[in-house]
Design a protein around this ligand. Structure first.
Ligand SMILES: Cc1cc2nc3c(=O)[nH]c(=O)nc-3n(C[C@H](O)[C@H](O)[C@H](O)COP(=O)(O)O)c2cc1C
Length: 626
């Protein structure tokens, strides 16, 4: 799920609902079993296990650990890969936080656990456990929380005696995952408290039927129970260092430990009054590094200096930015590299633009009845905003910030060039995000603004990410349908360039449907012209005059029906998940059955399963952003 365009997380459409009557039999069986077991001792010890690709599940795991330790529990936290399934015991509650990556895949630090579980023999004891799954339903509707669901199924199949103490919770990036996690965490604390308080022999009750629908705000926690930070006098300040590669290379993911030089970075529409047009960046590849057309790239941004200064002046008044956060003191709990100065940590390691978690926001605003989505996450209010708006509130310590804010994560982008045409460099197409929040403040996308401000000859820290599910078919006779909206043109540009580079023998069997805001966004005229030799259909439309891609697709219903149903075409959809991706999926589903061209797809249900079948056959490819 690349983000050539950074949008704030899409907000709530629906809440997950789970009722006891809709629970599978296996879960009901476990719940009945649970109600007869003396579980209070199991909950004295808690083990948190996370599988996280870009850090969110890990951050939630850390918050959970602090909340549990604050509640007096003995609590460990590890990546799932560090723990073999055979080591799980029944004297400890196991809490899994697991995201989904790739196309329905396990994060790399959870894969070995799942493989071990899948090959286990059914001899495990009654292990108590609960799962919080992370995913994005808009960007990945067919693989939503696939890893979390697969983990639960493997538990049920392989460890039939294991006890699921809460139904699996599917946290959705497209809704408000921080709030969903907060509610789940509250349930966990509540369940544990009930289990351990239950000293009179009464059996603990697991209120499964209401768990996923209750939305009352948690009120109790104040996030201050983390270990103390030890600060040392500055040795030598390197605050101007553009990255941490020389200072702390392990800060970056393994495939991201290289600098790439920017050779070109330009607004493709230089006369625009507002600088939100499509931009193109070229990066020179270090020797030995190669990519395939359709791959992604991860880029590490840093917080703008002005923002770091603002936090130092208004939030952390009196903190010396050159002091070094001491290595020895944090004993494995500190979430950032120790040995860095406060300034470096604020620049590179914490996301200063992220909204605080629900509990931190409540604490900052001294409000227990805060409407988190409406008041914090939708307008993307930051700790800086809340501190400046609530001068009477308690002072935020350096530890509050460093333990509570999400770690600054790399952002994914689709590569916009063909590897065959540019083996030593790659292109990115991105749109700088600047928008006015619902409370009237100007917001800038962190990574796109960082990229926009980069100059040629500067370097950035980046890494290639293979995307094997997003490749052109090897057989040139197979028809191809490319559908892109806005920044979704990036991977399509790569494919067109690849096809042009393959030469003139290609049959005329590629259809191109591109949609932009207005004609100024159509920055790839020349490439489209060069592609005419193999383009069977070519539609370029603009929202500004109503010539939408969905309308063009509907006009071509019969042709598309034939391509999809009888010609075995491959379809590629690239753009925003919530707006573009969902609209294209609906249009294609409708045209498949409403045109009733062949009579083989009689209704919407059959059309939907036809698309799912295309997806499992590897003919329906999506590259959608949040
Ligand atoms: C490259 C990539 C691929 C993803 N694939 C899926 C997916 O197949 N299914 C899904 O539900 N969510 C998917 N997501 C969304 C993540 O699961 C979601 O953003 C989650 O909060 C990330 O958690 P993490 O930072 O702990 O890895 C994907 C995200 C990225 C960046």
């Amino acid at each position: 799920m690349p983000t050539n365009l950074e949008y704030p997380r899409m907000m709530n459409r629906f809440l997950l609902r789970s009722t006891r009557s809709s629970l599978p039999m296996t879960v009901l069986r476990h719940l009945r079993w649970l109600s007869t077991q003396p579980i209070k001792d199991s909950f004295q010890k808690v083990s948190i296990l996370y599988g996280s690709q870009t850090g969110t599940a890990q951050l939630f795991a850390m918050q959970l650990q602090q909340a549990l330790q604050g509640a007096g529990k003995e609590c460990t936290m590890k990546a799932m890969a560090e723990v073999p399934p055979s080591s799980l015991t029944d004297d400890c509650l196991h809490l899994f936080l697991i995201s989904t990556t790739g196309v329905g895949e396990f994060p790399s630090n959870a894969k070995s656990f799942y493989e071990g579980l899948s090959s286990s023999k059914n001899e495990a004891p009654a292990i108590p456990y609960a799962i919080f799954a992370l995913g994005n339903s808009q960007a990945h509707p067919n693989h939503f929380c696939a890893a979390g669901k697969a983990l639960q199924q493997a538990f049920q199949a392989k460890f039939p005696s294991a006890v699921q103490v809460l139904p699996v919770r599917l946290g959705d990036d497209a809704v408000c995952i921080d709030e969903e996690f907060d509610q789940w965490q509250e349930k966990i604390l509540h369940t544990i408290a009930k289990g351990t308080e239950n000293t009179d022999g009464e059996t603990p009750k697991c209120k499964t039927s209401t768990l996923a629908t209750e939305t009352q705000a948690p009120t109790t926690r104040i996030p201050t129970n983390y270990p103390e930070l030890h600060l040392l006098a500055a040795q030598q300040s390197r605050d101007d260092a553009p990255d941490l590669l020389d200072i702390f290379p392990h800060f970056y993911k393994e495939n991201c430990r290289q600098r790439m030089e920017i050779t070109y970075n330009r607004n493709m529409h230089p006369h625009a009054v507002v600088d939100t047009g499509l931009h193109e960046m070229h990066l020179s590849l270090p020797s030995g590094l190669s990519y395939e057309t359709g791959d992604h790239i991860m880029i590490y941004p840093r917080n703008p200096d002005l923002l770091v200064q603002a936090y130092l002046s208004h939030v952390l008044e009196g903190v010396d930015p050159s002091q070094v956060v001491n290595e020895a003191s944090q004993a494995g709990h500190y979430p950032h590299p120790s040995g860095l100065s406060v300034y470096q940590t604020l620049s590179h390691c914490v996301d200063l633009t992220a909204p605080p978690s629900p509990s931190f926001a409540r604490w900052l605003t001294s409000s227990k009845s805060l409407e988190y989505r409406q008041q914090i996450s939708q307008p993307r209010r930051t700790v800086l905003d809340l501190v400046m708006e609530n001068p009477q509130a308690d002072k935020v310590s350096l530890a509050d910030l460093l333990y509570q804010l999400p770690p600054l994560q790399p952002r994914y982008y689709s590569i916009a060039s063909a590897a065959s045409a540019h083996p030593n460099e790659l292109y990115l197409t991105y749109r700088p995000v600047h928008y006015i929040s619902s409370r009237g403040s100007l917001r800038n996308g962190l990574c796109t603004t960082f990229m926009q401000n980069c100059k040629p000859s500067q370097t950035i820290v980046a890494g290639l990410v293979s995307n094997p599910a997003f490749r052109l078919p090897l057989d040139p006779q197979v028809p191809i349908i490319l559908i892109g909206g806005g920044c979704g043109v990036a991977p399509i540009r790569g494919f067109l360039e690849e096809l042009v580079h393959q030469g003139t023998n290609r049959p005329k069997n590629v259809s191109l449907f591109l949609g932009f805001r207005d004609p100024a966004d159509q920055v790839y005229h020349e490439l489209v012209e060069e592609s005419q030799g193999f383009l069977q259909e070519c539609h370029i439309g603009y929202a500004s005059d109503g010539s939408l891609v969905t309308k063009a697709l509907s006009r071509k219903a019969e042709f598309l029906h034939q391509q999809l149903v009888t010609q075995g075409a491959h379809v590629y959809i690239c753009g925003g998940a919530a707006s573009f991706g969902a609209a294209i999926r609906k249009t294609v589903t409708d045209l498949l059955w409403q045109g009733n061209c062949s009579g083989t797809i009689p209704d919407a249900e059959v059309a939907t399963s036809f698309l799912q079948h295309m997806s499992s056959e590897g003919r329906w490819h999506e590259d959608l952003s949040d």
